[in-house]
Ligand binder design. Sequence first.
Ligand SMILES: [Zn+2]
Length: 243
Amino acid sequence: MSAPTVGLRPELPPLPDRIARLPRHRGYPVPWFVGWVDGSPDFRVFDGEKFVRAVREGLCWVCGEKLGAHLAFVIGPMCAVNRISAEPPSHRECAEFSARACPFLSRPTMRRREGSMPDGAGDMAGFGIRRNPGVALVWVTKRYGVVRVSNGNLFRVGDPRDVQCFAEGRTATVDEIAASFWSGLPILAAEARADGPHAVRALVQQGVQALRVLGVVAPRPGELIAAAERIEAVAAATEVSRA
Ligand SMILES: [Zn+2]
């Protein structure tokens, strides 16, 4: 069943049925998780109650309907390294739509607006990386864990069944994925340096694994060793993060 497209932004990708059923605002479907302030959706914030329901009832973060066996996380390339997501999972097609359509994720030049956040708005837990990664991953897995942190919950994503990478609304090129990875790495490297040599070793291992999963590095010994050495070099050149 095709959804009515009247009033939709022409640049949006085709709407999956579940997303076509969502309310719309200024030509955009409003994701289920979005917080509403004075009758208008604020796309920058999520509704804390929906967050709890998504986790407890196994509901899709984007459309609010029941999830199946496959759980899709929309994450940045650095999250492929630490396997952490700040947002709960979605249906694969809902995640893919988000990765293609979300203005923040799909337009690398766009900056997050930080001004005039409503009081009590749900901000993402943990040490969020506040940069636009340019590349959005749809990481499909069958399991995840919840990690308690001081200011909320984070999600530890399971091994991937499938990973797709998007940039500017289309499939990302290997060069774009690599550029996003290497430009984001110093942020994780600074944290690892602060945590000590064991954390740097773990980062090297996780980073090489992520590069393989993302298709940036082929599983050949020479390429893997070169990638490990480059990650070590980035860590060695990084200022130690805040204590
Ligand atoms: Zn969904």
